[in-house]
Design a binder for this molecule. Sequence first.
Ligand code: 6PG
Length: 229
Amino acid sequence: MSAPVLHRHADADALAAAVAAIMLEAVRGGGGLPAHLILSGGTTPGAAYRRFARALDPTVRPAFTLADERWVPSDDPRSNARLLRETLGEGPMAGFVPLWRGGATPEADAAAASAALADWPRPVDLVLLGMGEDGHTASLFPDDAQVAARLDPAAPPEVAVARPPSQPEPRLTHNLAALIAARRIVLMLKGAAKLDVLDRARAGDDARAMPVRAVLAHAPVPVEIHACP
Ligand code: 6PG
């Protein structure tokens, strides 16, 4: 395990600027080959995505997908794909590989998304994660009955289905093995409460209780934690 590195930022603007800069480094660092990024949804990363989109060379077309997705249509207000579309803009989304695909079941979409991502190079260039106050990351939730299997670092990288009772809809999520197969792993946290949760996560080792612990424990590179109060 490589010890994580915590970067504290003064406020949300500085946090967004720092994460956008990392995204640009990941996109520009591929030696001319298209970069592959796995990005998170939720309420924290949108400002970083907007900054990134403004700075991105319009001729550069990285490939994106989501760390996880709510199993809702892509025009649903809860959709992470909608968040990416609204913050990155239509141009960069040309390289987007969706997890929700309109399949008959979450399992059908998970299988189709896994197949669509099968030819992605591993490790990917960047995985950007958030964390919930229950210690979940992506949609690896402590109350998901299947979480232990999703946290196996030796499992084949895949998109799986999660049905945590705490959430209003089924989730599609990359498993741990897919999330740690990355050259850079960034954990983006906003708010003092998240820093307290991070302290609790780092003080224990039961990943089923706080799945973010599995990323911190098994990441092959130091997780870059970027946080602001
Ligand atoms: C999602 C995210 C999820 C998120 C955390 C933190 O679908 O909601 O991918 O894993 O990163 O829940 O969410 P906030 O950024 O809203 O605190």
